[in-house]
Design a protein around this ligand. Sequence first.
Ligand code: SAH
Ligand code: DHB
Ligand code: MG
Length: 225
Amino acid sequence: MKTVISEPLYKGVDEYFNQLFLQNDVIPAKVLEHCKNKEMPAINVAPNQGKLLNFLVKMKGAKRILEIGTLGAYSTVWMALALPENGRLITLDFDENYIKVARESIQIAGLQDKVEIRVGLAADSLAQMVQDNEAPFDFVFIDADKENNPVYLEYALKLSRPGTIIVFDNVVRQAKILDTSDKADNIRGLRRSFEEMAVNPRLDVTAFQTLGLKGWDGLAIALVQ
Ligand code: SAH
Ligand code: DHB
Ligand code: MG
């Protein structure tokens, strides 16, 4: 079959897979429904991407997770569900309205003993964590204001140890990442953080494109040496 990549088709493929493989993932589904009801912007990870984060946490055997960018806690819940009994996730956001919904989502998921939300500018919360000698994290998910990715990367590294996995969301943005003349701070921030990662001897990195419910975007995964 010869075909073109059209939006109904690539969204349909995600829907097909999600219907098959995510039908038992009822807690994230409830949380997503809650986020929609509370009119959170639809910028959460797609369900199959949330499940990928869940698998990565499980495969890593991560006990301590750091998330930058909570929104309604949809990605938070996917990751926290993969934690063992004594596992902990700290998630950072500065938007009081989103945080209110996120707290409700965490209650719905029954994860209030594992998840802590820290309210404020993420860079301030991270600086505080470094100052407090917070123990290193096993897994970091960076998904907030992309213009600050270089700052978040620097703090993530301070809060990492060899073996820590750092995942970045939204690294392709419909190929805007290629446009060196793009003056948008988010594209410049993404490019700058990746150029730094490429030459950082503490990091080994891969990145790939995704096409699906969230359109054309991608993920980068860095492994701390
Ligand atoms: N990870 C979520 C989506 C996060 S959307 C999910 O996939 O479900 C990005 C979030 O980053 C928003 O909630 C926004 O409030 C937050 N954010 C943006 N800039 C921030 C900053 N400087 N400090 C803290 N949070 C920020
Ligand atoms: C946006 C942010 C995200 O984290 C995302 O996954 C999609 C879109 C945004 O700010 O537009
Ligand atoms: Mg995102």
